[in-house]
Design a protein around this ligand. Structure first.
Ligand code: ADP
Ligand code: MG
Length: 682
């Protein structure tokens, strides 16, 4: 019996050239091949009579060839082979394009099983390019459920089917990793059977069952991994903080914290006293005031002699956090430093020295803070802003920093509960479900191009009132093909033609870090009236004086992303507005965008987004920090996800499976998954 680790070249028909094609699909070993699951199936089990064939419904039928196939040369590169077949219910004309095989194999008077789709034209009904085989041989391309594989150039589905069939016949199967009680409870096929059935199902129902097992397994491994991470962190020790008086901090604030902010801070303080590393997510809609919660935590850590690393997803945001926290914390005796990639080596070195000596209590920067060479004196707290870009692998890497710092992640992406379980299975959650007082919802409108003069007039009016406007475009540079607005060209048009008397500036991701900061800073100081930008401003940027956001070609964005963008206005006292423009007339798209006009509730928008587009789009998997699932499609498999989540939590909690034969294999798989994620996630 062959081993899973054997190369596929031990299979008949796979030489160097074939192996190279398979390698393009990342298939090198028998295990890779066996784990190359079909992306779908064709049900070719239906065997009917010619009389029962219906147009556009593919089926198999058994028929006798009624004449000798005739091939005519139509033009260069096009040969047509025609033949007639019949059973006791009728006759059918079959046509083959460029098929020497059909011309040579089909014999007058012989019987075959055909599979194909009946189509009709002016000349009557017939079938083009049906597959056929002898009724005496076992069905390979007819009378079966045919797996359809992801392919690559030069590699046909048939070639993959043949390779997989051989592999299944000679190779051991991957080990079982799901504990038996779990399988029984959730009606999950055993591994051995599932790996066979997923490639060679007898019915579509069987195929579905095998697929379910693989999805379940994938989710189970992932969420068991999260549970283990959680258990692992719970077992670690870190000194309990004793200095817990936040009154000086509260008195320094220009406002009172909301009830929700207070609750979150209290939960964090409770974590700080526990003696194990905190692992907490603060989830709150845009504008709910997460920064102050982070500031309270950093203040507390600082008072206990511990350093805080505050990581933002972009330099602009880091810069902003630095500016607002400095005002607040330095008078309270907590020193702050900013460390970003665009600083000069000399600046960086000086700041790193202050971090290493412990002089800097709070360090604000991007995620590079954790990966680069920065040495902390005594890192006590890591805060990650906009958590969805701070994935599971980064979380698991934290403790590798040589310490066991508390972890606080903050997310403005309201995530439907099911997905939250998957992404944050290893975290405790505090929810900011209350907005600071005096916030009015942002009025949102969806308009077409005919409204352009009114949009421009409205921008002008807001500026005359002393406010500022964002104009967001879906791309940086003009893209004729797509016909979408590009930030740079649009900024030029606005500046030169539409608002020659206003101060228009431009911000996009291709600008240098320092340049971006300069532009953003100037806008925040009120030195520009209109900021034309790409989605670089999506996360966190805080300019309370901005009251209008115009989003061009809004159909190019996801709902949740639009909601994030809209959250950039309505942060001050004045009434704010959001205008979505689109050329799109697709009723579904318009309905999607209208959902945004109806509500300001991020959670409801997220649910809507999930329903309409599925979580794959919801936050591209690269951003979500989730590993790429092989079989599971989050949009369709939420039920299975919930089951697997429940099962893995039970399993880890009960610890009943500690010595089971599956436990070892499961642990190995978890290790592989997280290893793989580390490699692929930014
Ligand atoms: P987000 O949750 O989106 O990160 P921020 O922390 O940036 O929100 O806060 C948004 C705005 O609300 C900021 O200008 C901040 O100063 C202000 N803010 C935060 N908390 C309160 C509060 N309790 N009362 C009044 N304003 C607040
Ligand atoms: Mg924020």
């Amino acid at each position: 019996m062959a081993k899973l680790s054997d190369p596929i070249t031990i299979l008949k028909g796979i030489g160097a050239a074939r192996a190279k094609q398979f390698a393009n699909l990342n298939i090198r070993t028998l295990q890779d091949l066996i784990c190359h699951f079909p992306r779908g199936y064709e049900d070719r089990t239906r065997l009917i009579t010619i009389g029962a064939l219906e147009p556009d419904k593919p089926a198999c039928f058994r028929a006798v060839v009624m004449n000798t196939p005739r091939t005519s040369h139509i033009r260069k590169g096009l040969d047509l082979t025609r033949v007639q077949a019949a059973d006791h219910t009728g006759r059918i004309n079959l046509t083959f394009f460029n098929s020497r095989f059909a011309a040579e194999q089909l014999r007058y008077g012989s019987e075959y099983i055909f599979y194909g789709t009946l189509t009709g034209d002016y000349a009557g009904y017939g079938m083009t390019n049906p597959v056929f085989e002898s009724p005496d041989a076992p069905g390979v391309s007819t009378r079966r459920v045919l797996p359809i594989y992801p392919l690559t150039a030069g590699l046909s589905n048939g070639a993959v089917v043949r390779a997989v069939t051989q592999a299944l016949a000679i190779c051991e199967m991957p080990p079982e990793i799901l504990p038996e009680p779990v399988r029984l409870r959730y009606d999950i096929l055993p591994a051995e059977q599932a790996y066979r059935v997923i490639h060679q199902p007898e019915t579509m129902a069987q195929a579905e069952q095998a697929r379910k097992r693989m999805i379940f397994e994938e989710f189970f491994v992932f969420s068991a991994g999260l549970s283990l991470m959680r258990a692992d962190r719970a077992g670690r020790r870190t000194p309990a903080y004793r200095e817990l008086d936040l009154e000086p901090f509260y008195s320094a604030l220009p406002f009172a914290l909301t009830g929700a902010q207070r609750r979150a801070v209290d939960e964090i303080l409770a974590d700080f006293q526990r003696g194990t590393p905190m692992n907490r997510l603060v989830q709150g809609d845009v504008g709910s005031g997460k920064t102050m919660v982070a500031a309270a935590a950093a203040y507390c850590a600082g008072k206990n002699g511990r350093q805080t690393a505050l990581m933002a997803p972009t330099e602009i945001l880091a810069e902003q956090h630095y500016a607002s926290l400095k005002k607040l914390l330095e008078p309270l005796g907590i020193s702050l430093e900013l460390l970003t990639g665009s600083m000069t080596p000399r600046q960086k070195r000086l700041i790193r020295e202050r971090i290493a000596s412990g002089e800097a209590r709070v360090v604000v920067g991007t995620h590079a803070l954790l990966t680069d060479t920065t040495q902390f004196h005594n890192l006590g707290l890591v805060i990650a802003d906009e958590q969805h870009r701070f994935g599971v692998a980064q979380r698991s890497r934290l403790s590798e920093k040589g310490e066991d710092p508390h972890l606080l992640v903050m997310s403005a992406t309201p995530i439907p509960r099911t997905l939250a379980l998957l992404m944050y299975g290893d975290l405790d959650v505090s929810i900011l479900d209350e907005m600071p007082p005096g916030r009015e919802p942002v009025d949102t409108f969806l308009v077409g191009e005919s409204y352009r003069p009114r949009i421009n007039a409205f921008i002008r009016k807001q500026v005359q009132l002393g406010h500022q406007c964002f104009v967001v475009c879906p791309a940086v540079e003009e893209n004729q093909e797509l016909g979408i607005k590009a930030a740079s060209a649009w900024a030029e048009t606005l500046e030169q033609k539409v608002f020659p008397d206003l101060r228009v500036s431009l911000l996009h991701g291709q600008m240098k870090g320092a340049e971006k900061e300069e532009t953003m800073g100037a806008f925040a100081r009120g030195e520009a009236d209109v900021l034309v930008a790409t989605t670089v401003i999506e996360v966190g940027v805080d300019v309370p004086n901005a009251t209008l956001m115009v989003i061009e070609d809004a159909d190019r964005f996801g709902l949740s992303q639009l909601h994030q963008l809209r959250g950039r206005v309505g942060r001050g006292k004045a009434k704010s507005y959001c205008i979505l423009t689109t050329h799109n007339r697709n009723p579904e798209t318009l309905q999607r965008l209208k959902a945004l006009c109806k509500t300001n509730d991020g959670f409801r928008i997220a649910e809507e987004d999930l329903k309409l587009r599925g979580p794959g789009d919801f936050f591209g998997s690269r951003q979500s920090g989730l590993p790429a699932f092989r079989v599971a499609d989050l949009s369709y498999d939420l039920t299975t996800l919930k089951q697997a989540q429940a099962a893995s939590t039970e399993w880890i909690d009960a610890r009943g499976g500690e010595d089971s034969p599956e436990a070892e294999a499961l642990r190995r798989r978890i290790g592989e998954l997280f290893q793989r994620s580390k490699g692929t996630m930014n």
